[in-house]
Write a protein that binds this ligand. Sequence first.
Ligand SMILES: [Zn+2]
Length: 360
Amino acid sequence: MRGGLPLFRFKGIRVLVHWTFLLLPAYIAFMGWSEGTAMTEILVEIGLVMIVFVCVVLHEFGHALTAQRYGVGTRDITLLPIGGVASLERMPEDPKQEFMITVAGPLVNLVIAVLAFGLIAITGISLLLTDLFNDITSWNAVLSFLVMSNLGLFLFNLIPAFPMDGGRILRSLLSMRLPRERATRIAAGVGRFLALGFVAYGLLEGAPFLALIGLFIFMAAGAEAKQVAQQSRMRSILVQDVMKMDPLCLDQAMDLQSAWNQLTFGEHQVLMVLDQGRYVGLVGREELRSAMVIGSPGTLVALARKVAPVHSTDPALPVLQRMMAEGVPAVPVLVAGSATAVLTRDRLMDAFNSQLADKR
Ligand SMILES: [Zn+2]
């Protein structure tokens, strides 16, 4: 569901309209036409739906601009016929930040409703309970429509059907007390249960959009729960689960050809350079090969790269991020204080990839 027609940009955030959004006015026009509704009334209905979507955009900006305050960017806001989606680069794992970002959207709708209600109260005319279609062109009718629709958006979004706003609020509140994975599992379970309710109600009562929203929520809740579970499994991998014990250790005075022979004989990816048994640095297979190709003379000490060691009990994910940032293919591992193992980027990637593929 990515991409769409760009509408405008505000504070660096693009607002897009997905092509399926056009199905909405088309659907309203078709329903009106098939029931013999007057053209003006159909246009009014479409206009009212567009007003709702302006409020939806403001709601999404509530999320996006709050996220900006926590340094989280938003790629774009996309309008779909079932609502708006702000594509945040990430959701902060700090439950307080997730709570603030999430609650900001529905609060925008509450503020619009209160402001519109205030305007009605000031002008002294209450059309709040009158039939909208009897007097749609009046200013007060539009205001009362704003009150009703925004109260509706506010309450609907607070339904704890994860990953709807209410579900995210529930998850953030739970994860103040519980591990994030468990909190997500609970919120996703509640979300899927409610989503099935939406689908059933939508099908039985002839509300196809509600059924569609239910289906969407059901799938999205499962996907996000799975993603969080994967993240927490990846985080549970320690350096000692992936490291290679007994790496090839060679003295710094060894010439490159002999080192290459030993490296290829043992099918190692990396070798550890030692000076009288003490760790000096690492040499990767590629670096050694390049040095051989250009025919550099000399010994291993010239190639040894002093990569700072990690501990065997460290979590592996930050180590991978560090290796990527420093551009090193391996790090030495301290086991009980001395460098006696190596962790290569390839082994780490394999370990993480197998966690991703694992559909437990
Ligand atoms: Zn929202």
